[in-house]
Each structure stands twice: as structure tokens, then as C-alpha cells.
Write a protein that binds this ligand. Structure first.
Ligand SMILES: [Zn+2]
Length: 143
């Protein structure tokens, strides 16, 4: 089954059944990530536009048993998931990041990677400080 890595978002084929909990190792970035594969019974979601977030609760079948997952998404766009659709939720560090609907061959990012944004912000701040420092040094030596 094609599964999207919860870390690097590369799509690869993995030997998995259509229902179950798995811990997989990405063949691209080698990160370990967790997946839940189930058959949807019902999906409820409530979007919150000001914070561009959404809350999900999904009931599904897991090897004949009823199961339930609830999580928050920092993406406002709703996912498409109908009753009886097979879905895959890929999680990284305990956080659901990707939800794929196998029936319609589509996937959605449900939580963007926080570390990458933080790293980018720290880098921007460092570059800005160096730039301001250079401007001050240039101003001092010019006067
Ligand atoms: Zn990966």
C-alpha cells in the first residue's frame, strides 16, 4: 500500500494489511513513523477560521472492532472521508501529520511540521541580527 511518510512526505510502498497499527521506517528519510489504517465509519470535523485550525473525530473499524481517534489539525482545509473509505493516518512524534484516503488516492497535511518553521524563524532572526550589526559597524566607521 502506498503510504506517505509523516516526516518527509515522500510516498512509498509498504507491506501492510488494510487494517492495523504499524510502525514504519521511511525508505527516503529513514525516520520511524506510526500509521493507523482503518475503515471509516464516520468523520466529524469542526473548523475554526480565525486560528485556521480544525478538530477531527473519526470512528472506524479496526479488524472488526470499533475504534475512535480524535485530534487537532493546524490546517483549516477539511479532508474528504466517507463511510467505508479506507484511510491512513501517519504520525510523527505522536502527532498526526498526514491523512490519506486510499479510495480516492488523495492525502492531506493535517499538521504542518513545527520544527521546520521554528528553525527557519531562528535562522531569519540570526541573519537579521548579523545584518543590523554590519549596518551599525558601517555607520560607526563612516562617521
Ligand atoms: Zn520520510
Amino acid at each position: 500500500m502506498k503510504i506517505v511518510c509523516a516526516n518527509c512526505e515522500e510516498q512509498n510502498n509498504y507491506e501492510v494489511e488494510k487494517e492495523g497499527y504499524y510502525s514504519l521506517s521511511c525508505s527516503d528519510c529513514e525516520a520511524d513513523f506510526q500509521v493507523i489504517i482503518g475503515i471509516a465509519r464516520s468523520k466529524r470535523s469542526r473548523g475554526h477560521k480565525p486560528s485556521q485550525s480544525r478538530e477531527y473525530s473519526i470512528r472506524f473499524f479496526q479488524n472488526g472492532n470499533d475504534d475512535f481517534i480524535q485530534f487537532e489539525s493546524n490546517c483549516y482545509d477539511d479532508v474528504e472521508l466517507k463511510s467505508k473509505d479506507i484511510f491512513v493516518i501517519s504520525s510523527f512524534d505522536g502527532k498526526p501529520r498526514i491523512l490519506a484516503n486510499i479510495n480516492i488516492h488523495k492525502y492531506w497535511v493535517i499538521n504542518t511540521k513545527p520544527t521546520e518553521i521554528d528553525d527557519a524563524m531562528v535562522m531569519t532572526a540570526i541573519v537579521l541580527f548579523i545584518f543590523i550589526g554590519l549596518v551599525i559597524v558601517a555607520m560607526i566607521s563612516a562617521s
